[in-house]
Design a protein around this ligand. Structure first.
Ligand code: AMP
Length: 396
């Protein structure tokens, strides 16, 4: 049986899972937080249940050492000789990476070269890669990119109508994100329905704190809602999603917004937070029930945007077999699932209220029997997908 340590390194955190893709569930999960911020913390959940330790964690290398010490003390035993691979989530692979790759110094240099496209994420991913390669010098390390599933998009879908030379010089185009989730879910749907993925046309709605939609034809992505960065597309917890770019010019010219202020407004103060005052969809629903008009409008905007993307992807796919909800909101929120697809009955898209009710921990059909389009909820599992891809790269 193969064994993979999956790492997702942020600017001040390392999220990890130890798992075997052939077994059910991870052997251990954990999160190192507030790296380099004075009051660090690790939460580790292994065979003995959760343990939490608070201590100063200087940098990612110290964080990695802490992870290893925690495994040694609380289990399971993590012996480098039993690891098939370390799988790293990398946010931006640009047009350089169409699939997962074994990490060597050239790959590290390429990920670094793409940092201007993901200035917060790629350098953080590289810190994690560096720390893990130091900790496990003899284990294969594999990079799995958030963007690579979307590399099958045709030029018509990924090209912005921008001056071609400017776009080429600055690598400006649609790359998409959440690709690991979109790939996992589009394959899991085919498996659940007992269909060949090559025959299935699917719209995947990944609705979490970040949110994205993708159109998948025969297992290949043909369009996605996130753009050069994860700011485009659907309304998110704190991000605008699609917006007229002239709004930025307007704010810069008339209100003195600089790039930092615009970044903060669009990425951190907008979306459901900006509209309703809450990032968590459960709080938005509570506010709607309490009669809050702003929250009602926010939810309407959220649904309207999703429905628009569904329509767009129906047009691009031609025939849609399945529409799939996933991630925190998609898996748990029956109000959003019903609201986002309301009014699409004429297209054969219907959500059955009884089947839709409640949170879904396993793949579930929520459309009525015999509906033209099968609507489902399929829980995503990005760590499992990263582990599978890492094993495939090592085996190849
Ligand atoms: P994710 O980014 O996939 O972890 O999703 C996180 C988001 O899922 C939270 O911000 C909530 O808005 C949403 N969420 C989680 N649980 C529920 C629930 N039971 N009902 C509605 N939304 C939920």
């Amino acid at each position: 049986m193969s064994l993979v340590l999956v790492l997702n390194s942020g600017s001040s955190s390392i999220k990890y899972q130890l798992l075997s893709p052939e077994a059910d569930g991870p052997q251990a999960t954990g999160l190192v937080e507030r790296i380099g911020q004075g009051s660090g913390r690790i939460r580790h959940e292994g065979p003995g249940g959760p343990v939490v330790q608070e201590l100063d964690i200087a940098d990612h290398e110290a964080g990695m050492r802490l992870v290893l010490d925690t495994f040694a003390e609380h289990g399971p035993q993590l012996d480098a000789s039993t690891l098939t691979a370390v799988g790293h989530r990398v946010v931006q692979g640009g047009d350089l990476f169409t699939g997962p790759v074994r990490i060597d110094d050239d790959v590290v240099a390429q990920i670094d070269e793409l940092s201007p496209l993901a200035p917060l994420h790629n350098p953080a991913n590289l810190s994690g890669i560096h720390a893990a390669r130091t900790a496990f010098p003899d284990v294969p390390h594999v990079a799995v990119f958030d963007t690579s599933f979307h590399q099958t998009m045709p030029p018509a879908a990924y090209t912005y109508a921008l001056d071609r030379q400017v776009a080429a010089e600055h690598r400006i185009r649609r790359y998409g994100a959440h690709g690991t989730s979109h790939r996992y879910v589009s394959r899991a749907v085919a498996e659940f329905l007992g269909r060949d993925v090559a025959e299935l046309n699917t719209i995947v709605l990944h609705l979490g704190n970040g949110a994205s939609a993708s159109a998948v034809r025969g297992g290949e992505c043909i369009d996605t809602s996130m753009g050069m960065t994860p700011l485009a597309g659907l309304v998110m917890g704190t991000r605008t999603g699609d917006i007229d770019p002239a709004v930025l010019l307007h704010l810069a010219r008339t209100a003195g917004y600089d790039t930092q202020a615009l970044d903060d407004l669009l990425n951190r103060r907008s979306g459901m937070l900006g509209l309703a005052g809450h990032t968590d969809m459960r709080d938005v629903h509570a506010a709607v029930e309490a009669g809050d008009e702003d929250a009602r409008t926010a939810l309407d905007v959220y649904h309207h945007r999703i429905r628009g993307y569904v329509g767009q992807y129906m047009a691009h796919l031609g025939r849609v077999d399945a529409i799939v909800f996933t991630a925190g909101i998609g898996e748990n929120d029956e109000v959003v699932r019903a609201g986002a697809l309301a009014g699409l009955e004429h297209y054969g898209i219907v959500v059955d209220p009884e089947r839709n009710a409640g949170r879904k921990k396993a793949p579930t059909v929520i459309s009525p029997d015999g509906a033209a389009v099968t609507v489902l909820v399929v829980p995503t599992n990005e760590e499992l997908e990263i582990a599978r891809q890492a094993v495939e790269v090592v085996a190849a």
